[in-house]
Design a binder for this molecule. Sequence first.
Ligand SMILES: Nc1ncnc2c1ncn2[C@@H]1O[C@H](COP(=O)(O)OP(=O)(O)OP(=O)(O)O)[C@@H](O)[C@H]1O
Ligand SMILES: [Mg+2]
Length: 510
Amino acid sequence: MRSGAPASPGMVERLAGLWSALAGVMLVWSMLRPYLPHQLLDHFAGRFLRRHARRLAALLDPYLTVTVAEYDGEKMKRGEVYEQAKAYLSHRCAGRARKLRAEPGRTKRDPFLLSLGDNEEVADEFAGATVWWHAVPSPSRHLGWHHSGGGARRTPAARTASCSTSATATSSWARTSPTSAAWVAPSWPPTAARKLYTNAGDRYASSMWKHVVFEHPSTFDTLAMDPAKKREIMDDLDAFRNGKAYYARVGKAWKRGYLLYGPPGTGKSTMIAAMANYLDYDIYDIELTSVYTNADLRRMLTDTSRKSITVIEDIDCSLDLTGTRHGGRAKKQGRALADDKKEQQPADAEAPPPGPGTAAASRVTLSGLLNFIDGLWSASCGGERIIVFTTNHAERLDPALVRRGRMDKHIEMSYCCFEAFKLLARNYLAVDAHPLFDDVRALLREVDITPADVAELLTPKHAGDDAADSCLAGLVEALTTMKATKKKTRGARRSVVQDDAAGEETVEDQ
Ligand SMILES: Nc1ncnc2c1ncn2[C@@H]1O[C@H](COP(=O)(O)OP(=O)(O)OP(=O)(O)O)[C@@H](O)[C@H]1O
Ligand SMILES: [Mg+2]
C-alpha cells in the first residue's frame, strides 16, 4: 500500500480518457503497420513505446522507490545505510508499526531495539514529504521506502514533472537524507547490543556468521597484569580508535593486528573480551578449521561489521608453516570466550580424527590467511577493524604471519606477578592488604603460576567472614608446594645429569 487517499472522480475520468486514446492509437497503428519498412518500424516503435510506457507508469504511480539492501556489493558487505535506516526507524516509526522485531539493546537505557517486522509498512514524514517504509524479508533482506511529494507539491503537474526530473530529485533527496540531522536517530549510533559472532552458519546461507549477545564481564579493570603493560595496551587501542585521520593520511587501511601469546590460563581470551568492552566493538571469533576455502574466509571477512575485533584463537593449531591444515582448535576442547573455567590439554595432544569441520574438510591455506589479514579485500572493508591471533607457542608461527603490518603489536601474557595478584585479591576477596601478602610476593618470585590458577585459589569455596584468610592461606600453601616440587625436580634433574656425566667418564676410563 502506497497511499491511503481514495481515487477522485477527476482521476477516474482521466483514466477512461486515457484508455480510449490508447485504443485509438492502437487502431491507427495496426492499419499503418503493413505499409512501413520493418527496421524503421522496430526503431521508432521501440523508442515511442518505451517513452510513453514510462510516462504512463509515472502517471499511474508518481512515487519514487529507493531500496536499501542489507548487504552491499552482491551480498558481500553489510550495508551501512541499512543499519542507519534500521536505527532511524526504531526511533521514528516503531510505535506506529503493528509487527516488530526486537533485539537486545546495547545499554541499560535502551534494553532492546525494535525494528520493523517482515512485510510491515509504516508512513513517516520527512522534510515535508511522506515516506512509506516497507520491510522486505529474506533471502535478500532490505528495506524499501516510497517517497511522494508532500502537501501542495502533490499536484498532477508536479507528478508529471517528477518523471522527467526524478533522477535529480531522488539523488538530491537521497544525498541529504541519510546524513541530515533529521535522518539521524536521537541516540545514534545504533543501540543494538554488541554481538559475539562465530562461523557456525551454513556456508550457502546469506551470512556464514551466527551470533549471540556478547556479555563477557571482563574489563581492563578486572584484567590482572602488569599495570604499565596494561596502560600501554589501552593507549595503543585509544590511538587506534582515534586514528582515522592518521591512517587516511599515511595511506594505510584502518586496522590493527594484535598477537597475544603466552601459556594457557594467562588471560589471552580474557584480554580480547576486555578489548571489546573497552572499544565497544563486536567480536567475530573464527573457527578456522570450519572454514572450507580461502574464498569463504574472504566472504566472512567482508561480512563483518565496521567496529569489530576478528579473533583466531590458537592460530598455531589451525595452520602449520607450510599452510597445510591440521587438528585445529578441536585440540583444545571447551575453549570459547565465554568459558571461564577451561580444561587445558597438553599442546601436543592427539588431533581428533578427520570429520566435518576438521582439517580434511578445510582447504584454507597460509596465503589465504595472509590475504585475509592484509590483502586488498581487508583494506576494502572499511575502517576500525582489529584482528587478534592467540597462541601458546609464538615461536611456531610463520614469520610472515606475525610480521609487523600484519600483527602490529605482540603482547606477551605471562605468569602472575605480584601486581596482578593484588588486583585479583581486590576483585575476588575485596582486600587491598593482608599479612600473607609478603609471603605471596616472595613465593611469586620463585614460582610460575598462571592468573587462572591464582583466580581459582582466591575464589571463596564457602560463605564466611574468613574467606580472605582461608583463600590466601590456601594460595600460600599451593605456592609453597609448587616451590618444593620445583626444587625436587631440579634436584632430580641435576642428579641425572651428574649420573650421565659419571657414566661417560666410566666408559672413557675403560
Ligand atoms: N590476567 C587475568 N586476569 C584476570 N583473570 C584471568 C587472567 N588470566 C586468566 N584469568 C582467569 O582465568 C580464566 C582463563 O583465562 P583465559 O581463558 O583468558 O586464558 P587463556 O590465556 O586464553 O588460555 P588458553 O591459552 O588456554 O586459551 C579466565 O576466565 C579468568 O577467570
Ligand atoms: Mg584462550
